[in-house]
Design a protein. Structure first.
Length: 566
């Protein structure tokens, strides 16, 4: 059961990384030219343009991480401490936008920051703060805001989980000892969440550091980041050796950052099996008395603190959904260029999604995305489920590899930086001669989505009562019969939910697919990205609205299935 998935994931993961490293030392990459090893690709990275791009990317990544922490922490704290029956629903509302395509989310900020966008309309026409539209689009703040909008849920989730595990007795003990709200937070709450803050902040930093579609849409040529130049080296400049060297250097920096953060934040305790408080003891801040004593004199009423947390939550939800609402609103624009506010309502752009006047390029890309999503989600559901069962009770797991090693192999595609995964697998597909084909997209998307099925099914399998299978075998059933009649029916809700998540991830994937697709195999996100870059029209808003609704619906149904049967 384990072999197909293990061979697929391990072959692509380690094969792609090996080919990428090999290409970084070649003057010209196969099949063109002769194989000639060189260090020239790495020496060229010390040119000024790469240094400035690295520093700009580093600056943006740091700003995004800090902004996400500032927003996510009070939101997660409020939800974790709340007794409301709706807190899990609110949490779901906050994380559902994760499944909305990043191109649509980045494009939504174009409609807000543009010269004829929402902000300039209110600042110039309504409030008369300015006499003419301000330049908000194609600036670094626009890039930062767009990336924060995409990555904020990645920090809310681990912080909420960590704060939910916080022992209330520790907070009460601090209060009984005379600590006010600030000192209780600094000495009890914050130290407890340092590992989760490190894990979530690290993920946000890495994803922001490697981001390339958002800077392209919101930053333009003057605010490119390191991901944009890597993309150009592979897609337009066609200097794969230099691009591979840049990707290897980027990956090395990411690994070093991970090691430093893991060392300084006790990141390993976030993944410890016992999750005990002792594993977090090393995170005690032990602030000196001369800092704590003045802070303890500051009094904040419960009412003020509660209102601050509520307002932060409302602001976060508004921040996540308002841009998508603008996309939907302007999809009814009567003009060929979307402007705010609407003068009248028109359905003409939706008419271009259905025969006979449909936009052939977008509809063809939509069908490609649907076909790809269905095939890859079915493949991922089968491979991921067999992998879970195979690791749990297969002989291969115990005789050849440790279970933890096998588990890491299956989740590796999930933790690889998106752009590195896209570039390295592109190099492998090119070497095999299948780059740009629909077959390569299927293989690539199964590779990307198996980890999500694996995680969902694993969580359900861990609750499985082994006595049920044992009882069936005692009654004469074979292991295969027990699997089909007992195990798979129990796991079926998790398999379906994992398949839905896999479909949503495949359908919305852009970064990796941008590298793997060809002229005849463009998916919908890639087609929308191309259209935004060359010609904006409300057809993008119309198809974007459909994507937003479908993505939120699929994610919601999948989450409900998991919760219903877990």
């Amino acid at each position: 059961m384990l072999y197909p998935g293990w061979l697929l994931i391990s072959s692509i993961s380690f094969g792609a990384i090996s080919v990428l490293i090999l290409y970084s030392f070649l003057e010209t990459v196969p099949p063109s030219g002769s194989i000639e090893f060189t260090l020239n690709n790495y020496t060229r990275l010390w040119e000024g343009i790469f240094y400035s791009l690295f520093m700009r990317s580093l600056s943006v990544a740091i700003q995004v991480t800090i902004a996400c922490i500032v927003i996510a922490y009070p939101v997660a704290y409020y939800l974790s401490r709340s007794d409301s029956d709706y807190k899990h629903t609110i949490l779901l509302i906050l994380i559902l936008p994760l499944w909305v395509n990043i191109i649509i989310k980045a494009y939504s900020w174009q409609l807000i920051f543009g010269d004829k966008g929402v902000i300039n309309y209110f600042a110039v026409d309504v409030l008369s703060i300015f006499s003419e539209p301000q330049t908000l689009l194609f600036t670094q703040p626009a890039v930062v805001v767009g990336i924060v909008h995409i990555l904020l849920p990645f920090l809310i989730i681990p912080l909420y989980t960590s704060l939910s595990r916080l022992d209330d007795s520790q907070i009460e003990a601090a209060k009984n000892a005379g600590a006010n709200k600030i000192n209780t937070f600094l000495t009890v709450v914050f130290p407890h969440t340092i590992p989760s803050l490190g894990a979530g902040g690290l993920l946000v930093f890495i994803l922001a550091f490697a981001e390339f579609p958002t800077p392209a849409i919101l930053g333009g040529e003057s605010h490119r980041m390191i991901g944009n130049i890597m993309t150009e080296l592979f897609r337009s400049i066609n200097d794969w050796g230099l691009g591979a060297a840049l990707a290897v250097l980027f990956s090395t920096i990411v690994v070093l950052v991970v090691l430093v953060v893991a060392k300084t934040t006790g990141l390993q305790s976030e993944f410890s099996s016992d999750g005990s408080q002792e594993s977090r003891a090393s995170n005690d801040l032990s602030l000196p008395h001369w800092i704590l004593s003045p802070l303890n004199k500051v009094r904040i009423s419960d009412r003020v603190a509660n209102w601050f947390l509520k307002l932060t939550l409302i602001a976060a939800i508004t921040f996540m959904y308002f841009p998508m609402f603008i996309v939907a609103l302007l999809s009814f624009s009567p003009t060929s260029f979307p402007e705010f506010p609407l003068q009248e309502i028109s359905f003409q752009w939706y008419a271009q999604l259905i025969p006979p006047n449909y936009n052939e390029n977008l509809v063809h890309s939509l069908l490609t995305s649907i076909q790809l999503g269905i095939i890859s989600s079915i493949g991922a559901a089968i491979i991921g489920t067999l992998a879970v069962i195979g690791i749990s009770r297969g002989k291969f797991a115990s005789r050849v590899f440790n279970k933890d090693v096998l588990t890491f192999t299956f989740i590796l595609p999930m933790v690889l930086p998106y752009i590195v995964a896209g570039i390295s697998v592109l190099a492998l597909f090119s070497l095999l001669g299948i780059q740009g084909t629909f077959f390569s997209l299927i293989i690539g998307h199964i590779f990307l989505t198996v980890p999500f099925v694996f995680v969902v099914v694993s969580s359900q399998y861990n609750t499985l009562d082994n006595n049920l299978e044992e009882a069936s075998r005692n009654l004469g059933a074979s292991r295969l019969q027990s699997l089909y009649q007992i195990t798979l029916p129990i796991l079926s809700p998790a398999i379906i939910a994992g398949g839905l998540f896999a479909f949503s991830i495949s359908f919305d994937n852009f970064t990796q697919t941008f590298f793997w697709s060809g002229p005849d195999t463009q998916t919908l996100p890639v087609a929308i990205f191309s259209q935004i870059n060359f010609n904006i029209e409300p057809t993008v808003n119309a198809i974007g609205t459909v994507i937003i609704i479908l993505s939120l619906l699929v994610a919601f149904v999948g989450e409900r299935i998991v919760n219903r049967f877990s």
